[in-house]
Design a protein around this ligand. Structure first.
Ligand code: MN
Length: 310
């Protein structure tokens, strides 16, 4: 996860029971014990994006810090660990989007669930439909989603998102999941009227705050099959979307294979894999200020955001 404590800088953490392990602090502590202290952070990446870009070496440092931190949390009082900046109570930190400032646009799949294509009156596509959302639209768990005055048709879309670890071009389907660092949840917030008015989907999907992401990034080893996850979205506690990632038309591996054809994917690239049926546009039930959205994917968690007036 990416988290912030008080007014401190955003940093990389990992959840263990009710604690957040401060991986940079733990790595520094380990390095100091071994007398291998390097300047500053003991060589630990400053952000989750930097960690992903650091490849196997950075992930090994993170795993080592994680193992060390779990042992400390199991044996010592959390207050004392917090004083030493090694771990904090989960309730006392603020989670941010796992990658708060992506290096480029977020890639997205349109119409990747047959039930959703049908409810929108669209045909099931023969090839994956790609579009993007700008990095500037990203917000974190708990952040407000603004009901901008330019839209009267604000809508939600829960999606499983894959984050690329090892970049590459012409990635074959059989190898594609090996290029995934982990998975998170994205709410592909959409202004339906702008989506229609401007023909291409980009504008209606790209307003500020329209890309909530989180609450955490789950490493790929914990999700061996991304097509075996329940996916749901609730508005004010009422279930609006409830489906399963096995229903994707183009599974994650194929989305990566086709996207990477003659186009390089980079570490930290994010691919939102499309939404199931149940969007507001299907029934004309759009979001209004005060609504609370909860986007959930099994094994990852709940991404909650409230709609606020402009
Ligand atoms: Mn979408």
């Amino acid at each position: 996860m990416t988290f912030r404590r008080g007014r401190g800088q955003a940093t990389v953490g990992a959840v263990w029971h009710e604690a957040v392990l401060h991986l940079g602090g733990l790595a520094r502590d380990l390095a100091a014990q071994r007398g291998t202290m390097r300047r500053g952070r003991g060589g630990f990446p400053r952000s989750l994006l930097e960690l992903i870009q650091g490849g196997e070496g950075a992930l090994a440092l993170a795993r080592e810090a994680w193992e060390y931190g779990r042992g400390l949390v199991d044996q010592q009082a959390l207050d004392e660990l917090a004083r030493r900046k090694l771990a904090y109570p989960l309730k006392r930190v603020r989670l941010l989007a796992p990658i708060p400032a992506p290096g480029r646009n977020v890639f997205c799949l349109g119409r990747n669930y047959a039930d959703h294509a049908a409810e929108r009156g669209a045909a099931v596509p023969e090839h994956p439909v790609y579009f993007t959302k700008p990095a500037t639209a990203v917000v974190g768990p708990g952040d407000p989603v603004v009901h901008h005055a330019v839209t009267r048709e604000l809508d939600y879309e829960v999606e499983l998102a894959a984050v690329i670890g090892r970049g590459g071009r012409d990635i074959e389907r059989a190898q594609a999941l090996g290029h995934v660092f982990g998975y998170t949840v994205i709410n592909d917030v959409t202004a339906r009227d702008l989506q229609k008015r401007h023909t291409q989907w980009f504008k209606g999907k790209s307003l500020d705050t329209f890309c909530p992401m989180g609450p955490v990034l789950v490493t790929a080893d914990e999700i061996p099959d991304p097509q075996a996850l329940a996916i749901a979205l609730r508005v004010n506690g009422q279930v609006r979307q409830s489906s399963h990632t096995s229903k994707m038309i183009f599974p994650v591996a194929e989305c990566i294979e086709v996207l990477s054809r003659a186009m390089t994917l980079l570490p930290g690239d994010i691919i939102a894999t499309g939404t199931p049926d149940g969007v507001g546009a299907a029934t004309g039930t759009f979001l209004k200020a005060g609504d609370r959205m909860e986007a959930e994917v099994e094994r990852i968690g709940v991404l909650a955001n409230k709609v606020v007036a402009p």
